[in-house]
Design a protein around this ligand. Structure first.
Ligand code: NDP
Length: 392
């Protein structure tokens, strides 16, 4: 029996993870659930999964959660705030942690899980982008294992040999990250001037949280994934290529020196990656419909449009830059996406804000958590200035 802490339990990945967990009560138990402010959704999950620990990160909501669960007769301990979130990721109640908080808010709990030697199922790609070297050090220190949940990285993990000695040792020539192209594939800059949040969040293949949906529309999601692949698999920027594949059936590929290209295929459903990582090295049922290749009939591949979707190259630029460039990229992107979702910034200005923040924010060291947080905060302040002036 594995005890699983689901951080970001009320989100899209949280729902998929809990669906897989509920299918295998003999194997998995949700021992901790954490959310930000959505008391009602967290309470419903607590009633259903009866965890040992429930954490509401926003401390001002703790009383409401307690009141909501007062008559539920649960043995669940209710906590709130940042320390409780870290405890949810590292305490003795769990051996597996699903890191599915969105954005930089998930960094400290992700690091805590790694340091505590948990099996870390990583969906929170922003944590690895902003603090990749720290996360790798925490994993070494804790001696646990990281299994990627991002469908592309989970696919790459599945296509790499089990015992890895770095990509070169494994005869890997390059990684081919597939991208759906998002809701605006085929559009040109002049078509994107009046894009609304609702349009950007209407992804053709996946139902996801709003932040990652916008990232998918700008192709920054793929840029973040390039950086994630660099840290998770030790691949140089030049070894990671992006291929647009609109059907989202091939989740990514690994090309070997002998010309072989291994791909992982499946319906676009995050439960496949979650079931794979939860049960690894076993394989379990995930509730995902079997792949019907006759119905799909064709798989298309094309070059990404790097001119219209400038965020992809900004991520490559950050990866090529030294030190805190990925931290700055991530912070600027989070600020710009939040501003876009709140109607304070146009869709096309997202890339401008990120680029000008990267040019302006100072190069700072990121060798401790405090240094990463400092770099993140400094970049956010710069980005906010850029957003305010972009509006004028
Ligand atoms: P959602 O927006 O659907 O869910 C986000 C979750 O994080 C919610 O449970 C939310 O709680 C919680 N949260 C937000 N802010 C905080 C905070 N400050 N402290 C604690 N918890 C917080 O996001 P997704 O599930 O779509 O994405 C989660 C992560 O997984 C992201 O990093 C994303 O990039 C990654 N990912 C997602 C994929 C997908 O298919 N959705 C695919 C691959 C990766 P509350 O509900 O209370 O606000």
């Amino acid at each position: 029996m594995k005890n699983v802490a689901v951080l970001g339990a009320t989100g899209s990945i949280g729902a998929s993870a809990l669906d897989v967990i509920a299918r295998h009560p003999d194997r998995f138990r949700a021992s901790a659930l954490a959310a930000h402010r959505n008391v009602e959704a967290l309470a419903v999950l607590c009633e259903r999964f009866r965890p040992d620990l429930a954490v509401i990160a926003d401390a001002s909501r703790e009383a409401e959660l307690r009141e909501r669960l007062a008559n539920a007769r649960l043995a669940t301990r209710i906590e709130s705030g940042a320390t409780a979130l870290t405890e949810a990721a590292s305490g003795a109640h769990c051996d597996t942690v699903i890191a599915a908080i969105v954005g930089a808010a998930g960094l400290e709990s992700t690091l805590a899980a790694a340091r505590a030697g948990k099996r870390l199922l990583l969906a929170n790609k922003e944590a690895v982008v902003m603090a990749g070297p720290l996360l790798l050090a925490a994993l070494r220190e804790g001696g646990g294992e990281l299994l990627p949940i991002d469908s592309e990285h989970n696919a790459i993990f599945q296509c790499l040999p089990a015992a890895r000695a770095g990509l070169d040792g494994a005869g890997v020539r390059r990684i081919l990250l597939t991208a759906s192209g998002g809701p605006f594939r085929g559009k040109r800059r002049e078509d994107l001037g009046a894009v609304t949040p609702a349009m950007a969040c209407a992804h053709p293949n996946w139902v996801m949280g709003r932040k990652i949906s916008v990232d998918s529309a700008t192709l920054m999601n793929k840029g973040l994934e390039v950086i994630e692949a660099h840290f998770l698999f030790g691949a140089a920027a030049g070894q990671i290529d992006v291929v647009v594949h609109p059907q989202s059936i091939v989740h990514s590929m690994v090309e070997y020196a002998d010309g072989s290209v291994l791909a992982q295929l499946g319906n676009p459903d995050m439960r496949t990656a979650l079931a794979h990582a939860l049960a690894w090295p076993d394989r379990i049922e995930a509730g995902v419909a079997p792949l019907d290749l006759m119905q799909i009939a064709r798989l298309d591949f094309e070059e990404p449009d790097r001119e219209t979707f400038a965020c992809l190259d900004l991520a490559y630029r950050a990866l090529g830059g030294a030190g805190n460039a990925p931290t700055v990229l991530n912070a600027a992107n989070e600020e710009a996406v939040a501003a876009f979702l709140e109607g304070r910034l146009s869709f096309l200005a997202i890339a401008h804000v990120i680029e000008s923040t990267m040019e302006t924010a100072p190069g700072l060291s990121i060798d401790t958590l405090d240094a990463v947080l400092d770099s993140d905060l400094t970049a956010r302040r710069v980005a906010q200035r850029m957003i305010a002036s972009a509006k004028d």
